[in-house]
Design a protein around this ligand. Structure first.
Ligand SMILES: Cc1cc2nc3c(=O)[nH]c(=O)nc-3n(C[C@H](O)[C@H](O)[C@H](O)COP(=O)(O)OP(=O)(O)OC[C@H]3O[C@@H](n4cnc5c(N)ncnc54)[C@H](O)[C@@H]3O)c2cc1C
Length: 421
């Protein structure tokens, strides 16, 4: 019998299990898929290193700092600026202190009116003051409403905030909660963005290093009785004192009867390889030409180890799940890339993979936080983890794992205390 069974080996479950194991508990993690990581995974295809979709790590995430040995992730910092592309024209917009190479372009570009550049500096000063968690409190509104209240022009919204933060929220309309905008803005100021050299999968791999994880085991029911919970799985039954449910929202609702339903934000990724360098840009490329491409990144320019020697790797992000037919989607993306690189060069690109991810995040509209479920469930001994208790992202998932583990440890202490103590 395990002291604690954790269901789901995503970042939430692995973080919870690691905290508990380090506190001396016998923990077993059960994962339905054939690999760990949940939505954070990395695969090798023909020598190219591909993450599940385009994901980056913000090293300033407090839970990352608390739980991970960041130096062992071998992080490659990404430039703190993006390139805004309109046809053949490419303007750099970014943080002139963190990315001095983009200073002149950021100052010169007419995409961002001078007053808006000053407003970005003012916003940075304003958001630097509070503790990061304080930015997630207070009255809420959409990111668009918030930016307009800060005086930003439509040009700033359309040329920078929608394409850049649309890539983080996976929604271009800036309808996402302004609390999250402020939090991510601050995370970017504090630590920029980075990619683990060997892929985002290095994050769950590090968390799982000392854990007992069984893969390919799907949990189907939880049956609390007395001071134990029987965990019914595709591979039989086992008993535990406590169970942490760290699955997706729908499975959590099925297993615990908690109201966890959140909805889904989807995205699609196309990976291209090239034997010649079409672009020497290391920065994320934002598309202002319209069409399906939201952004694109030459991953091998930023992290050369992501492609075999002499080869180049491009990932294109498309928001949502357009065009059911992969060939038709590929043809549309190639036509759009031709506006940047010319059709002859684009013909030389090879399509390595088309990946559709129906569930990347859950939607986080203003006031979403007030509707989130807590960690407690109606089942005795069963605690909820997962980003659905917090915010959709790496910080939210890991922090929820930490909190679920703390609740279980607290409960164990209460149980082991002599009566009346
Ligand atoms: C394309 C994409 C881009 C993203 N970009 C970013 C980003 O840039 N920054 C950021 O912070 N976040 C980003 N995210 C979000 C981030 O990856 C997730 O918020 C986080 O990984 C969620 O972790 P989790 O553990 O809560 O859930 P999950 O990763 O979904 O893990 C749940 C696990 O439970 C398992 N499971 C489900 N049912 C059962 C069952 N019955 N029995 C056993 N196991 C079960 C699943 O197989 C899965 O492994 C992105 C996500 C995607 C997909």
């Amino acid at each position: 019998m395990a002291d604690v069974v954790v269901i789901g080996a995503g970042l939430a479950g692995l973080t919870a299990a690691r905290v508990l194991a380090r506190a001396g508990q016998r923990v077993r993690v059960l994962e339905a898929a054939t690999e760990i990581g949940g939505r954070v995974r990395t695969h090798e295809i023909e020598g190219f290193t591909l993450d599940a979709g385009y994901q980056v790590l913000f090293p300033a995430y407090p839970a990352v700092r608390r739980q991970l040995n960041v130096s062992e992730l071998d992080l490659v910092p990404l430039p703190s600026a993006a390139v805004v592309r309109r046809g053949a024209q490419a303007d750099v917009i970014g943080d002139p202190i963190r990315d001095p190479g983009g200073l002149l372009s950021t100052l010169r570009t007419n995409l961002l009116p001078a007053l808006d550049k000053a407003r970005v500096a003012k916003l940075a000063l304003q958001l630097r003051g509070p503790e990061p968690w304080q930015l997630l409190r207070g009255p809420d509104e959409s990111t668009e409403q918030y930016l307009k209240r800060q005086g930003f022009s439509d040009a700033a919204l359309n040329h920078f905030f929608r394409p850049f933060f649309g890539g983080i929220f996976l929604k271009r309309d800036l309808s996402t909660s302004a609390r999250l905008f402020r939090y991510y803005f601050r995370m970017l100021m504090d630590g920029g963005a980075a990619l683990p050299r060997r892929g985002m999968g290095a994050i769950p791999a590090q968390l799982a290093a000392e854990l007992d994880v069984s893969i390919g085991v799907r949990v189907t029911r939880l049956l609390p009785h007395g001071r134990h919970v029987t965990v019914v799985t595709s591979a039989g039954e086992l008993d535990a004192d406590h169970v942490i449910v760290a699955t997706d929202a729908d499975t959590a609702a099925h297993l615990t009867q908690a109201d966890t339903a959140r909805g889904q934000v989807s995205s699609t990724y196309l990976y291209y390889t090239s034997p010649s360098r079409l672009d020497d840009q290391e920065r994320l490329i934002l598309n202002l030409d319209g069409g399906l491409i939201h952004n694109a990144h030459w991953l091998s320019n930023a992290v050369p180890e992501r492609a075999p020697a002499g080869q180049h790797l491009l990932v294109v992000t498309v928001l949502g799940l357009p065009e059911r037919d992969n060939q038709a989607l590929d043809a549309r993306i190639r036509a759009e890339l031709s506006r940047w690189y010319g059709s002859l060069d684009v013909q030389r690109l090879r399509t390595l993979k088309v990946e559709r991810l129906p569930f990347a995040q859950y939607p986080q509209l203003p006031e979403y936080a007030s509707t989130l479920p807590g960690h407690a469930t109606d089942l005795p001994g069963v605690v909820l983890a997962s980003e659905v208790t917090s915010m959709s992202g790496i910080q939210g998932a890991m922090e929820s794992g930490e909190k679920a583990a703390a609740i279980v440890l607290d409960d164990l202490q209460v149980l082991s205390r002599p009566r009346g103590a």
